[in-house]
Ligand binder design. Structure first.
Ligand code: SF4
Length: 245
């Protein structure tokens, strides 16, 4: 909508309705105080907020804030990782981008048609996810990559919000035990009823599915706990079982 500013002659203001602005902000993963699923100003975990304050001082060029989910807003596949890595997502501002853990993940996503490119370099490299979204159980960088149980619980409200918005038949892929348990917590399900195991597929109440994989971390891939073949077999299974695939 155009209105005359009334301030100077021949000056006009563009007024954008709030609902359009909100959709645009969501598409860019921008923060809004009205977004119940994410806030890049969140400081609910005092230890993590203080750590990020330090990191912003020591690495002023790093993103160093809660890392937003990345991907489409109506995913058929939601991938849940653990938390941003110091020199990866915490540096670039995009999950699994800029460090070792993302190499196998994006290569595999591309191979199975979930990503427009096999390598995620930066938050501005133009890569698009296809029918897919990536988030973390904990949105802030934890010291030594180890969030405390209370921090995982605190951040779970954001994950629960994100999962609540999924399609009934969506697939959730948990990378590692912490992510697996965070998904169950978000859905208020009992851990003992859905034990984590690499390659396991759990039918969730309501029709969605939870797939498990070992996390694609440097440690797991270098020790061969997780090989490329093992990881790809999980994605092949997901691709085969996704509705409309
Ligand atoms: S980990 Fe989650 S809940 Fe804790 S401060 Fe970061 S965004 Fe907030």
């Amino acid at each position: 909508m155009l209105i005359h500013s009334g301030l100077r002659r021949n000056r006009w203001l563009v007024v954008v309705p709030w609902n359009y602005l909100w959709i645009w902000m969501k598409s860019l993963n921008m923060d809004s105080t009205n977004n119940p699923c994410f806030s890049d100003n969140c400081r609910k975990c005092a230890r993590l907020a203080a750590f990020l304050d330090q990191v912003r001082c020591s690495h002023p060029d790093y993103y160093a804030r809660p890392v937003p989910p990345f991907g489409v807003n109506d995913p058929r596949l939601l991938i849940v990782g653990l938390a941003p890595g110091m020199h990866g997502a915490n540096r670039t501002g995009r999950p699994f981008t800029g460090d070792f853990a993302g190499i196998l993940l994006y290569r595999t996503l591309h191979k199975y048609g979930f990503s427009s490119a096999p390598e995620s370099v930066s938050a501005t490299d133009g890569l698009k996810l296809i029918g897919c979204r990536i988030t973390n159980a904990v949105k802030c960088l934890p010291p030594q990559n180890k969030p405390e149980p209370a921090e995982i619980r605190q951040c779970n409200a954001y994950l629960a919000c994100e999962i609540a918005g999924l399609d009934k038949k969506a697939v959730i892929l948990a990378l590692g035990t912490v992510a697996h348990q965070a998904v169950l917590r978000a859905l208020e399900l009992k851990l003992k009823d859905f034990p984590f195991s690499h390659g396991a597929v759990h039918a969730l109440p309501g029709g969605a599915s939870l797939y498990d994989s070992y996390h694609c971390s440097r440690y797991n891939t270098q020790t061969k706990r997780l090989t490329a073949e093992m990881f790809e077999s999980v994605f092949a299974e997901i691709r085969n079982n996704l509705p409309g695939s």
